[in-house]
Every structure is written in structure tokens, then in C-alpha cells.
Design a protein around this ligand. Sequence first.
Ligand code: CA2
Length: 145
Amino acid sequence: MNILVINGPNMNMLGIRQPEIYGTATYQDLLDLISAEAARLGVTVSFFQSNHEGALVDAIQQAYFDKTDGIIINPAAYTHTSVALLDAVKAAGIPTVEVHISNPDSREDFRRVSYIRSACTATIKGCGFQGYLDALHLLCGNASE
Ligand code: CA2
């Protein structure tokens, strides 16, 4: 099984600013955590991060051509604005789990909207980095682990 983890704009800045919202761990810490869990599960995992909407669309389309089994995506700010990412997930037809480190519903009103949510099999929010591991388990069919 192969899973692609996609992170949107500013996710590479984790641990640098706003630790009260996103914690002190870095983007590299996140990749290391997911990689360790993927190895434990025997899953191949790859990562993509971009600050550019079109590059994120390209990555989702490439996942289709690569026959990727599942996508974990934190579209970051594009969650709240991007019909293009919604359409890309619909077009790819790959089981996709939306993850947010914080709970956007308990923040500013504009963060309550998620365009991509309707194309995703699940949304996990407010669980910190653990949300990515929960998403991995969901896609692997062992959500209880
Ligand atoms: O809680 C999440 O995972 C978010 O997707 C993170 C996004 C935010 O726009 C979403 O509403 C919720 C922000 C990405 C990271 O932004 C940073 C800002 C300052 C310092 C470090 C990261």
C-alpha cells in the first residue's frame, strides 16, 4: 500500500511561530513521526509540501497517475478557499483523509468552511500530529490501532 501525505502553505513553518496553536514540533518532526508509523504498518509513504495551489493540484493528479492508494491532505489555508483542490480530489477518485492540526471550527469564522471536506472520506481536526497517524490507520483499514 502506498500513501501520499500532502501539506499546504506554511506547513513547513511549523514549530517556528504560533506554538500556542500548532505546537513546538517542526515539519521535519511530523515527517519523521509519520514515517516511523508507516514503517511499523508496512506502508510506503511519500510526502509533498507546497505553498502554491497549482502545485498541490498537480500532486493530487500525479497521485492518480501513480496509482496511489490513499492521500492524507492538510490543505492549510487553501482548505477555506480552494475549489481547485476539491475538484482535484474528486477527479483523482483516491480515498483521501483531510487532517488539521488545530480545530479550525474553534478559531475565526472563515476557518469553519472547508471546500475539500465533501470529497474526503473523513476529516480529522484538533488532534495535533496524532491526526495524521489516525488518518494513516483509517486508510489502512485499521482505525482502532
Ligand atoms: O490546523 C491546521 O492544520 C490548519 O490547516 C493549519 C493552517 C491554517 O490556515 C488552517 O486554518 C488550519 C496553517 C498552516 C501553518 O501555518 C503556520 C503559521 C504560523 C506558524 C507556523 C505555521
